[in-house]
Design a binder for this molecule. Structure first.
Ligand code: PGA
Length: 250
């Protein structure tokens, strides 16, 4: 077991609205009281960054973006630069979420460029990896996550220990079908070994599990030796559920 603080990050995806965000964040912050035993973040839709920055100011909740551009600035319609995100107090940026890989054609190379850009600006990338159901059934889980992690493991001039990695089996995302704690731990151990081979600080890297994590299954998942937190979609939209997951992360 290691002693680093766990991280519970909510991923709101394309959900929310001004009124709903305010109600949700006020309930989360009130529920946290004096703080949490773990680090807490919410990855919110870009139009709400200003609102969320102001609602979370001075609280234990950090702001995350759901994506970041690999480019610095310029003619990239629709993209958000690290500098823009930093203007709104963003601490973490999701990078390479499976929905970005799947619907926006993000390759391992693009994901690595995004992670690199985030790190260079002092944002912590939460780099997502994970296999599809087809890949799992074909026995390719290990090969797929290793390939995805290999792409980001040598980021120019940056130590891999500065990133967060999230293992999110695609078949478990939004499906209610969670990886069992043993299945998740098995993949986390593979990722940890790969990180250890690349860095002497691999123990410091937080490896999150994501994919239908909820109030009922979080404690068991978070009890696994190589699971250092969660990336939580659906259950992060309900304050009581999100708070229970946070409470399970000690
Ligand atoms: P889920 O999503 O918790 O709704 O399965 C997790 C994610 O995609 O980050």
């Amino acid at each position: 077991m290691n002693s680093k603080k766990k991280l519970i990050a909510g991923n709101w995806k394309m959900n929310g609205g001004l009124a709903a965000n305010e109600a949700l964040l006020k309930a989360i912050i009130a529920g946290l009281g004096d703080g949490a035993a773990c680090d807490v973040a919410v990855a919110v839709p870009a139009p709400y960054l200003a609102q969320v920055q102001s609602l979370t100011f001075g609280s234990a909740v950090a702001v995350a973006s759901q994506d970041v551009s690999q480019h610095e600035a310029g003619a990239f319609t629709g993209e958000m630069s690290v500098a823009m995100l930093k203007d709104f107090g963003v601490r973490y940026a999701l990078v390479g979420h499976s929905e970005r890989r799947q619907y926006h054609g993000e390759s391992d190379v693009v994901v690595a460029e995004k992670a690199q850009r985030a790190l260079a600006a002092g944002l912590t990338p939460i780099i997502c990896v994970g296999e599809t159901l087809q890949e799992r059934e074909a026995g390719q889980t290990e090969a797929v996550v290793k390939r995805q992690l290999a792409a980001v493991i040598h980021l120019n001039g940056h130590c891999i220990s500065e990133v967060v990695v999230a293992y999110e089996p695609v078949w478990a995302i939004g499906t209610g079908r969670t990886a069992s704690p043993e299945q998740a731990q098995a993949v986390h151990a593979v990722l940890r070994a790969q990180l250890s081979a690349a860095s002497e600080h691999a123990d410091r890297i937080r490896l999150l599990y994501g994919g239908s994590m909820n109030a009922a299954n979080a404690a068991q998942l978070l009890a696994q030796p190589d699971i250092d937190g969660g990336l939580v979609g659906g259950a992060s939209l309900k304050a009581p559920d999100f708070l229970q997951i946070i409470a399970a992360a000690r």
